[in-house]
Write a protein that binds this ligand. Structure first.
Ligand code: ATP
Length: 574
């Protein structure tokens, strides 16, 4: 199964792999001439035939030159192809990972996936180009050397087949152990990536809790484990070459001894004796390499299995040509929606909710009741257990997910920014053909003042996750980004939770006009934002329930009734 997968995968690069094989073959063919010529040269030197010796020496230099040129060319093509294949593997793994459902990512370790897309992919490309493509040349050298030995002494015809099973058995025993060790080494290496990544992400917490020593100790622990496991695998792998070399060496001695009677006449023809010895020596090289190919194949098999495990996972459904949304209105309906995360019961049990185009709806409810989950379900980031969600009356499962998601400007609880300039971050979700209106979006998101105060304005680089900005500033950039995308539906998940009250009030004010005609869903408990809502819905016990203005709303809101009125919310108690 794995071999078939590898062949399928390698088929895409047959041109490059063929070129490597041919060059390596040519190199080994020219190399095969060397023992015969060297034998003749030595024989002539002993018998004193100087004239012929000059020609043979020239031929020998020619064979050496050819071998060097072909080996060089093969190495260059190997390096070029390996880099190409690695780049393709990386992109394929990355592309597949970004199309896998969120559920997969929720249950995976990022470090593990990064290891897969980087060093595991490089291992496989190396195996294909440096090892597999050289197998024909190794076989050709072994076969050529064996034939040459046969021609010199036919008695070997009986000796060589006897050696094959001995080789096979020794290799089988070694490689079984190697495969297990390589798998364990791979797991430990992935753990090193995972711990390093998590440590860097948690650096702020590490510093504020002053746990640098504990983190360093934890990292040293996984590094040590990885070192031990890698060493064990390398020892097993390193043993294969010398052990097979030893067997091959013993075999060469055995062959010489077995063919001793024939070679006793060597004094008359020393060229044959030398050629024979050189071919016997030449034979040990490809046999040693072929046996380490076997070991490397065991390691590559582990890598390939892991890659296939991920690459065979089905991508999110809904990526297709059909189900495009051409004239969005922004009507959304949840109909008896039920959804549970894997291994959990809930949080959404039977949620029904209808949102009209252009309506502004606030979702409230206690922590963990399922508000964010509802928004994610609307974006089809997870599949429902039962019920359905519609967009403009069409079941979202019949829509192209990209088309659906492009109708929605989603601002998550934690602003997701990357290490680029403010401008690049703002343009991240923009698909329009005209230049995006940065100024308007920044002004709506109350971000114009602070962005123009940044050292390079829009061109300021904001660091990983926008670390060089404050929490509220990050949220403003994330919000401006959603506005720039100009979608008919805007979804704000606690998007202003870090804003100062003044900024939030100004945002609400500017939204009154700017967001007219758009469907807006937002999760918030902040009165200023709630003031925007046409309706307020709470999520309770996995269901949605509308809250009418009145004492209930006053009870839910974490501020006095009088303060609510200041933001234009009617609690009905006056
Ligand atoms: N990826 C996940 N896998 C498993 N359970 C999850 C996942 N995401 C959320 N949950 C669980 O689902 C429940 C609802 O989470 P959700 O984020 O929707 O709550 P919320 O109402 O938005 O909460 P908050 O007000 O704290 O943001 C919680 O109990 C949470 O533990």
């Amino acid at each position: 199964m794995t071999l078939r997968n590898l062949i399928k995968r390698a088929a895409r690069y047959r041109g490059q792999l063929f070129a490597i094989s041919v060059l390596a073959l040519l190199s080994s063919v020219s190399m095969l001439a060397i023992p015969a010529l060297a034998g003749m040269l030595l024989g002539d030197a002993i018998t004193g035939s100087v004239m012929q010796g000059g020609v043979i020496a020239a031929l020998l230099v020619g064979a050496l030159l050819l071998t060097t040129v072909f080996t060089l060319a093969s190495n260059v093509v190997t390096a070029t192809s390996s880099a190409r294949i690695l780049a393709d593997f990386r992109c394929e793994v990355f592309d597949h990972l970004s199309h896998l459902p969120l559920e997969f990512h929720d249950n995976s370790r990022q470090g593990d996936l990064i290891a897969l897309a980087t060093y595991e992919a490089s291992r496989l490309s190396g195996f294909l180009t440096s090892t597999l493509a050289n197998v024909p040349a190794m076989l050709a050298t072994s076969l050529g050397a064996t034939i040459a030995l046969f021609l010199i002494d036919p008695m070997l015809a009986f000796v060589v087949p006897v050696l094959v099973p001995v080789f096979y058995l020794a290799l089988k025993l070694l490689s079984l152990r190697l495969r297990k060790l390589a798998m364990r080494a791979r797991e430990a290496e992935a753990e090193v990536y995972a711990v390093a990544e998590s440590h860097l992400q948690m650096l702020m917490a590490t510093k504020t809790f002053a746990t640098e020593q504990e983190q360093a100790a934890r990292y040293a622990e996984v590094v040590e484990e990885s070192r031990r496991r890698a060493l064990a695998a390398q020892h097993a792998s390193a043993a294969i070459g010398p052990i097979s070399g030893l067997i091959a060496g013993c075999a060469a001695i055995f062959i010489i001894a077995a063919a001793g009677t024939q070679l006793s006449g060597a004094q008359e023809n020393p060229a044959e004796l030398f050629a024979f010895l050189f071919y016997a020596a030449l034979l040990t090289r490809p046999i040693g390499s072929l046996s380490s190919v076997y070991g490397q194949w065991q390691v590559a098999k582990g890598t390939l299995t892991r890659l296939e495990q991920v690459l065979q996972l089905p991508e999110e459904s809904g990526y297709g040509e059909s189900g495009m949304i051409t004239e969005p209105r922004g009507a959304i309906a949840f109909e008896n929606v039920r959804f549970s995360y894997p291994g959990r019961n809930g949080p959404i049990r039977d949620a029904s909710l209808t949102i009209a185009p252009g309506e502004v709806l606030a979702l409230i409810g206690e922590n963990g009741c399922g508000k964010t989950t509802l928004l994610k379900l609307m974006l089809r980031l997870y599949d429902l257990e039962s019920g359905r969600i519609t967009f403009d009356g069409r079941d979202i499962t019949t829509l192209d997910v990209r088309s659906l998601r492009r109708q929605v400007g989603y601002v998550p609880q934690r602003a997701l920014l990357f290490n680029g300039t403010v401008r690049e971050n703002l343009a991240f979700g923009y698909h329009g053909s005209e230049a995006p209106d940065f100024e308007r979006a920044l002004s709506l998101a109350q971000a114009s003042a602070f962005v123009s105060a940044l050292p390079d304005g829009l061109e300021t680089v904001i660091g990983d996750n926008g670390v060089r900005l404050s929490g509220g500033q990050r949220q403003r950039i994330a919000l401006a980004r959603a506005i720039i995308a100009d979608p008919p539906v805007l979804v704000f998940d606690e998007a202003t939770s870090m804003w100062d009250l003044e900024g939030e009030a100004a945002f609400v004010e500017s939204c009154r006009d700017a967001l007219v005609g758009r469907t807006v869903l937002f999760i918030t408990h902040r009165p200023a934002s709630l003031a925007l809502a046409d309706r307020i819905v709470t999520v309770e016990g996995g269901e949605c329930r509308e809250i009418r203005p009145g004492p209930e709303l006053a009870e839910i809101l974490p501020i006095p009734v009088d303060d609510n009125s200041q933001y234009g919310i009617s609690t009905g108690s006056k």
